[in-house]
Design a protein around this ligand. Structure first.
Ligand code: ADP
Length: 206
């Protein structure tokens, strides 16, 4: 049985952590760590466009034609194309420049704006990659703490979105997020959140 972390929140919503490939998630929306041009790129962005097909790029071009480049910390939704996910929510993470260029606020904004958009679209489930921690160089321990704290706060106020799943690429990323979850729970004095480890993947089989 594959290990998975579930964090149950008091309001009934849940955060899951699992190791995997986000392009394989069967969910309402997956989040893309895009760049401002929305024209695709490397890392998870390239993987999502490859797996979802050209419909996603077509939709991105329309977004840019209508509203210009997507600012850092903002989010927009497009079709999921051929993905098992219905939608892709594209957000632009901050590039790490030492930590005193608003990186923490901008990273939190990515998670907050993505979740608010999902909630506005009445989506129940959303999956996130670890935004900014690849090519954009954000230290993963710090990013994990911000990601989990922001998603927890936002899920507690969302009306429709009940599940956020972090799909972490590789064992190290998974472990870093699991450790950040332990820290977050300790800081909450055991009250509202608890961790359950179980097998409840939404990944489609190869
Ligand atoms: P950024 O430019 O925001 O740093 P990257 O795509 O370079 O975006 O990396 C963000 C994170 O996504 C990294 O931790 C990377 O390991 C991870 N990643 C890459 N491919 C996938 C995938 N298919 N599914 C989930 N996560 C992925």
């Amino acid at each position: 049985m594959r290990e998975l972390v579930k964090i149950e929140l008091t309001g009934g919503a849940a955060i899951f952590l699992e190791e995997g490939n986000i392009t394989r998630q069967r969910t309402d929306a997956i989040v893309n760590a895009a760049n401002s041009s929305l024209m695709g790129g490397g890392g998870v962005d390239g993987a999502i466009h490859r797996a979802g097909g050209p419909a996603i790029l077509e939709a991105c071009k329309k977004v840019v034609a209508a509203q210009g480049r997507l600012p850092t910390g903002q989010a927009v939704a497009t079709t999921g194309g051929r993905l098992a996910a219905g939608y892709v929510i594209h957000t632009v993470g901050p590039i790490w420049r030492g930590g005193d260029h608003d990186e923490p606020e901008l990273l939190a904004s990515c998670y907050r704006e993505s979740l608010r958009l999902a909630d506005k679209m009445h989506l129940v489930r959303i999956a996130f990659p670890s935004i900014s921690t690849g090519a954009y160089g954000y230290p993963m321990e710090d990013a994990a703490e911000i990601a989990l704290r922001t998603v927890m706060d936002e899920l507690n106020t969302a009306r429709h979105t009940r599940e956020a799943r972090f799909v972490l690429f590789g064992a190290d990323a998974y472990q870093t997020y699991a450790n950040a979850a332990d820290k977050l729970i300790a800081a909450h004095k055991g009250a509202q959140i608890h961790i359950i480890r179980l097998n409840d993947t939404r990944e489609v089989p190869e």
